[in-house]
Design a protein around this ligand. Structure first.
Ligand code: FRU
Length: 492
C-alpha cells in the first residue's frame, strides 16, 4: 500500500503533468513531470530500459520536501514519466528523500539507495526495493547512520550514496560528508555483500588533502573505470573562482589510482567537468553496449530563483553524454542517439567572417545541432545564438588568449545572476572545432571533439532564433546545422 503522501504526489502529477503543453518543454531534454527537479538519481539500465529518477517536488517550481520523480527511456532522448517512486513518508525521511542511486539485486529486484533526512536535518542512508515502478522502503532503515561515521563527520552532512559492484560481486558505495567544524569535506567509502548491511571502509577522498581544495561541501560522487583509468566525479558548493573552476557550485573530475583490495584511491589530476554555469550532480551508467554515459542537472543553485513567469516546470537534465579519455583528459560528447533526431542539414564551407555580423541562410532555430570549424582566426570571433533584435547569447572565441566564453547576459534575463563563463582551450592557434546543441531552454557547447563542455540554460523567447556571426579580423567558418526533431515525452 502506498502512503497517502506518495499517493497524493502520484495523483497530482498525473493530473497536472499532461497540462504542460509540449511547446512549454524543451525538445529533447528531460524536465520534471510537473513542478521542481534537481539532481539526477538512480540512473541505471533495468528491465530493458534506462531509468532516471530525479529530485522532485511536484507541487511548485521551487525546492521543497524532496520526492523522487521517475522517467524511463529506450534511447535516453524520448522519455516517459512513471509515477513518483519515493515520497518523504517514513520516520527516517520525513524531511526529504535526497539524492542516491540504484542497483540491481541478485534476485532481479531493483534497489534504490537514497539519503533520508529526518527531524533536525539528520541525514542517513536508506533503501527501498521494487520492480522498476513501485518501491517498498526496508523496515531496517536507515542502513547507515551516525554510528557508521568517523567521529569527525557531521550527521547533518552525510548524503548522496552512489554504489557499484566490484568484480567479486561485493558492493562498494561512496557518500559525501563534511566535518563537524565545517572545515573539511570528504567522500566516505562503504562496502556490503548484500547491498543492505553496510560497513565503513575508509575516507576515500579528503578535500584538505588535495593540492588545491575544491569548494566547501562535496556532493553527489560517482566512481568508475574508463579506458583502464579510474575516474571520480563530484560536485562541490562554494568553489572559489580560478583559472580552472568557476565560482559557486560546480562539478569536477579526478583521475587517479584505485586499489580494489584496500579501497584506497590516490588522485593524480583534476579537471572541471563542465565549464558552463549550469551542470551539477552528474551521474553515470554503463550502457548495455559498453558506453559510459553521464547526465547532469543543467542548472545552478545560485540562479534557481530566476524562473520564467508562470512556468509549470523548473529544472532540466543535460543532454546525456558519452565519456572517453584522450591524452589523460576526460572528454565528453552528446550521446550518438542524438544524431537520429537530426533533420534538414545545411552546410557552408570556408565562409569568411568580418566585422559586419552576418546570418547564413538556413542556419537558424532553437532546436539545433551544429558542427562548426573556425580556421585562421586572427581576432575575436563571435557566434550570437538565440538572437533577435534585442537578445543574443554569445559564444566568443579569443584565439590570442586561447579562451572561449559563453555569455547570456543579453538573453532577456532581468536579474543580475551568473551569466558569463570562460574556459581555456587547447589546440592550434586560430583553429577551433565546436559542437553546439541548442534546445528551447539551453545551449551546450562541446569544444575540440569533446575536450571541454559548457552548459547553460537560456530562457529567451522562442522567436529569438537567429544566429549571427562576426569576427574582428578575417576568420573562416565551415559548418553544418541540423534541426532536431522534438522527442515527445509521454506519461505512462
Ligand atoms: C545537490 C544536493 C544533494 C542533495 C540534494 C537535495 O544538488 O544538494 O547533495 O542530496 O541536492 O535535493
Amino acid at each position: 500500500m502506498d502512503s497517502e503522501i506518495l499517493q497524493r504526489a502520484r495523483t497530482y502529477e498525473s493530473q497536472m503533468g499532461h497540462k504542460i503543453r509540449e511547446e512549454e518543454r524543451p525538445g529533447f531534454h528531460l524536465t520534471p513531470c510537473v513542478g521542481w527537479m534537481n539532481d539526477p538519481n538512480g540512473f541505471c539500465y533495468y528491465g530493458g530500459m534506462y531509468h532516471l529518477f530525479y529530485q522532485y517536488y511536484p507541487y511548485s517550481t521551487h525546492w521543497n520536501s524532496m520526492h523522487w520523480g521517475h522517467a524511463v527511456s529506450r534511447d535516453l532522448l524520448h522519455w516517459s514519466y512513471l509515477p513518483a517512486a519515493l515520497a518523504p513518508d517514513a520516520d527516517w525521511d520525513r524531511e526529504g528523500c535526497f539524492s542516491g542511486c540504484a542497483v540491481t539485486l541478485p534476485d532481479g529486484r531493483q534497489e534504490l539507495i537514497y539519503t533520508g533526512v529526518s527531524h533536525g536535518g539528520i541525514q542517513t542512508q536508506c533503501v527501498a526495493t521494487g520492480d522498476g515502478r513501485n518501491y517498498k522502503k526496508a523496515a531496517v532503515n536507515p542502513v547507515l547512520s551516525e554510528k557508521d561515521l568517523p567521529p569527525e563527520v557531521s550527521p547533518v552532512d552525510f548524503r548522496d550514496p552512489k554504489a557499484w559492484q566490484e568484480a567479486d560481486g561485493t558492493y562498494r558505495m561512496l557518500c559525501a560528508a563534511r566535518s563537524r567544524d565545517g572545515g573539511d569535506t570528504m567522500f566516505l567509502l562503504y562496502e556490503s555483500r548484500d547491498a543492505l548491511h553496510w560497513r565503513f571502509v575508509r575516507t576515500f577522498l579528503r578535500n584538505s588533502e588535495l593540492r588545491e581544495p575544491i569548494g566547501r561541501m562535496f556532493e553527489c560522487p560517482d566512481f568508475f573505470l574508463l579506458d583502464g583509468q579510474y575516474v571520480l566525479l563530484g560536485s562541490s558548493q562554494d568553489m572559489e573562482g580560478s583559472a580552472k573552476y568557476h565560482s559557486g557550485n560546480g562539478s569536477f573530475c579526478l583521475l587517479g589510482n584505485y586499489d580494489a583490495a584496500t579501497g584506497a584511491f590516490v588522485p593524480e589530476t583534476d579537471q572541471c567537468l563542465d565549464a558552463g554555469i549550469d551542470f551539477y550532480a552528474a551521474q553515470t551508467i554503463l550502457s548495455p553496449d559498453g558506453r559510459r554515459i553521464m547526465i547532469g542537472w543543467m542548472q545552478n543553485w545560485d540562479t534557481v530563483g530566476i524562473q520564467p513567469e508562470g512556468c509549470r516546470w523548473f529544472g532540466q537534465m543535460s543532454i546525456p553524454r558519452e565519456l572517453f579519455l584522450r591524452n589523460g583528459h576526460l572528454c565528453q560528447q552528446p550521446i550518438r542517439e542524438l544524431k537520429e533526431l537530426r533533420k534538414d542539414p545545411v552546410t557552408y564551407r570556408n565562409v569568411v567572417l568580418g566585422r559586419d555580423p552576418v546570418e547564413l541562410s538556413g542556419i537558424r532555430g532553437r532546436r539545433l545541432d551544429l558542427e562548426a570549424e573556425i580556421e585562421r582566426a586572427q581576432g575575436t570571433v563571435i557566434l550570437s545564438l538565440a538572437a533577435d533584435e534585442k537578445h543574443h547569447t554569445d559564444l566568443i572565441y579569443r584565439p590570442q588568449e586561447s579562451l572561449l566564453t559563453l555569455d547570456r547576459s543579453v538573453s532577456g534575463t532581468r536579474r543580475a545572476g551568473a551569466d558569463v563563463c570562460s574556459t581555456k582551450i587547447s589546440g592550434g592557434y586560430g583553429h577551433l572545432r565546436l559542437r553546439i546543441v541548442l534546445d528551447r531552454f539551453s545551449v551546450e557547447v562541446f569544444v575540440n571533439d569533446g575536450e571541454k563542455a559548457l552548459s547553460m540554460t537560456l530562457y529567451s523567447e522562442e522567436h529569438a532564433d537567429h544566429i549571427r556571426f562576426l569576427a574582428t579580423a578575417p576568420a573562416e567558418l565551415s559548418m553544418t546545422a541540423w534541426q532536431i526533431r522534438q522527442a515527445v515525452m509521454k506519461e505512462k
